[in-house]
Design a protein. Sequence first.
Length: 540
Amino acid sequence: MPGRIGLPRRVFSQVLLMQLAIITGVTALVTGMFLAPLSAEFDDRATQRALAIARSTTVQPGLPELLRSPTGPSADGPVQHRAERVRQATGASYVVVMDTRGIRWSHPERRRIGRRVSTDPARALAGHEVRHIDVGTLGRSARGKVPLRDETGRIVGAVSVGIAYDSVRERLLGAVPELLAHAGGALGVGVLAALLVSRRLQRQTHDLAFSDISALLAEREAMLHGIREGVVALDGEGRIRLVNDEAQRLLDLRPQDSGRALQDALGAGRTAEVLTGRVTGWDLLTVRGGRVLVVNRMPTDDGGAVVTLRDRTELEQLGRELDSSRGLVDALRAQDHEHANRLHVLMGLLELRLHDEAAEYLAEVVGVHRATAEQITGQVRDPQLAALLVGKATVAAERDVLLRVSPGTLLPDRLVDSRELVTVVGNVVDNALDAAAGTHRAEVGVELLPEGETGVRLRVTDSGPGVPATRREQVFAEGWSTKPPPAHGRRGLGLALVKRLVERHGGTIRVGEARGGGAEFTIALPDALAPDPEAADRIT
């Protein structure tokens, strides 16, 4: 059984058929709307012409006096002769002159002279001009009737002129082929234009069906909101055209930000510069709300762009932890060699039976490390932060850098968030160690002091080259660094993350020049400590 014939599925075919149907319908409608008034216009012109012929007949001199002839109407009379001359000269169907009784004094058919007219002459004999389409003895005609007046203005009769309606119809039918030719030409141009538009649409839609396009849109929405990468689409003016759920989360955007300029939605900063294309490159790093983002931007043909975002915060933290672990491993490896050397010394002293010297040597070696650890734990009461500084001191020693904790350092064990303060201190100290390493009398100083009831002030100095005054704001920008990249990725994020963490806790960070040269970083955290319960008890 043959299948049912339906509409084509392709967008190109459906649009072409719809355009052809619309063009054909509009052409037919316009043609009909034009023909209807054209017929009425031809009728009006015919009745106007009949009325003009009747008027010209009534003004012939002596015609009113001829209607007073005592012999009455005659087929060979002067009225008939005059009327026939007018009819033949104008091409009218008839020119009828009647008296006030409606009796014909002229007619193309002589046998009808002397008879009453077939249509009511009352309006014309009453002094009104009349024009209309009517059916008389000579068939359907366009008629004009005009009253006939004598010299005194008294109505003595009327003149009725008719033009055969068949002549009007012939003129109308004669105009139809030309009109249809114009309409056909317009239809052909419309069909050609529809074909060109449909071809362009076919290329742009890749000859897909409407159902395919609908399915693609549904799949696109599901994919955009289901993937774990942020996607932001921008138009040629830099306005947000599309943003998926992950991009809203990573950039702290809202659904109503769609349509806004990206610069207005994000505010000033590196993130906006990267997303708008003012900073170019692949896998660009930026920090937004404490998150490390990897950004790639792909321009589109309409002048816009599609931006993808990947959250690399955890990877960056793991990389930094890996760097720290590698540093500790290197330090432990170095300590292992040093420990082996010390064991060799100790074994030699014992073999030489220098027991007192061996005991003294062992006490000295153990005491140095114990003194450093006891000093730091005595000044920094938080175990995580103290362990960090002890480890950094070991790493610093292996890099020939003296890590000195200021004697005035005294931090109580009341930290609100030890983990984030460890991140801040670790990043700043790492940068200081990198700057001081390799310099003459390399040294890094750390000072931690409570400020007020709940605040903490951190000051880290180094003996490195320092930071020029013109670049002191640049050091906190994402991606800016004077050091070579590490194995796991790129540098230039540590201080940017520190600044974001500090500002998120309502604190401040600034860089200046240390005494004797080098850089000095000062960080103030107003709410890093929990309130002291003992102080509250003393107050009460």
